[in-house]
Design a protein around this ligand. Structure first.
Ligand code: CUA
Length: 333
């Protein structure tokens, strides 16, 4: 009996020490959404359980190794034990209850995280290799940086133009995949003004590690001002805008502007040239050809290149963006 009490005391002490250590090393970044509060509460329950189970196993193990080790001169066998129904019922029943309780708490938390606020700000998110794009349909604004007003739920309706990407702002705690051909939803209520980073959390190709973007959580006034600025900003010349778009949307990851060979045809001296297609015909690279190639890339595939490589940009680029890109391509002589 005295041994059990000793082990119990050691387990309790160890649990508190391990827990304090795990909390002390700062496992989590700052929480910056209302969802992060309940998610962190759930994590802290798990940290207590982890600390206890680790202590229970390690204390019992080390205690047994030290106390029951073979003493000098001992040669006999240890006691042979078989069957202990009480113990077997306990080690089946207790974990079963633990799993059921955690499942219930987990499901309740998930319900709270996904709670719908009907007045949520609507944002469409498009991702591709390798960019993030945000459209604010209520305001007619498109941006490659995400601006969010603090303390207001945002409903992110997300899709991908090519492969699976994943939207993850660690400070918000929530994470959701963007799947080509599907629209997924993520709701989050930012609670702390600041600048954060969205990171892609799904391996999506060579530049996956660099698929980051800035997320600004600002006051409602600053958000309104930002929207106004976007709506009234004087547009740069189409050629300049096209150049910016080409790098923002990853065009130049596949189309060189210096004539070098990449996954897609080079843009150098493309406009106005004769282009040979995979079906054997030859077309002139006029505006119509360039437009079709951007929004419906599999219609006319250039000889020496493959179909279904370039993503469909028709939902990402609006008409003026496409015209700007064409204007830019025409400057590459
Ligand atoms: Cu997109 Cu990883």
């Amino acid at each position: 009996m005295k041994r059990y009490v000793t082990i119990l005391v050691l387990v309790i002490v160890s649990t508190f020490v391990i827990h304090a250590w795990l909390v002390g090393i700062g496992l989590f970044p700052t929480g910056a959404s209302t969802q992060s509060v309940i998610i962190d509460q759930l994590f802290h329950v798990h940290i207590w359980i982890i600390s206890f189970l680790f202590s229970l196993i390690m204390v019992t193990l080390i205690y047994s190794v030290v106390i029951f080790r073979r003493k000098k001169g001992e040669t006999g066998e240890g006691a042979h034990l078989t069957g202990n129904s009480t113990l077997e019922i306990a080690w089946t029943g207790i974990p079963l209850m633990a799993v059921l309780v955690l499942a219930f708490v987990g499901a309740t938390t998930l319900g709270e995280i996904r709670a719908i606020d009907p007045s949520a700000l609507q944002v469409r998110v498009n991702a591709g290799q390798w960019f993030w794009q945000y459209q604010y349909p209520e305001y007619g604004v498109t941006s490659t940086e995400l601006y969010l007003p603090v303390s207001k739920q945002v409903n992110l309706q997300m899709t991908s133009v090519d492969v699976i990407h994943s939207f993850w702002v660690p400070e918000f705690r929530v994470k959701q995949d963007l799947v080509p051909g599907q629209t997924t939803e993520l709701r989050v209520t930012p609670s702390l003004i600041g600048v954060y980073k969205v990171r892609c959390a799904e391996l999506c190709g060579l530049r996956h590690a660099y698929m980051e973007g800035l997320v600004y959580v600002v006051s409602q006034t600053d958000f309104d001002n930002w929207i106004l600025k976007q709506q009234s900003a004087a547009p740069p010349s189409p050629e300049l805008r096209g150049q910016q778009l080409a790098s923002q949307y990853g065009c130049t990851n596949c189309h060189s502007i210096d004539g070098s060979a990449m996954n897609g045809p080079t843009w150098l001296r493309l406009a106005g040239s004769n282009v040979e297609l995979t079906d054997g015909s030859t077309v002139v690279a006029d505006d119509d050809y360039l437009r079709t190639s951007i929004i419906s890339p599999n219609t006319q595939v250039v000889m020496g290149f493959q179909a279904n490589v370039m993503p469909d940009f028709s939902t990402v680029l609006d008409q003026t963006m496409v015209e700007s890109l064409i204007a830019y391509i025409k400057t590459l002589k």
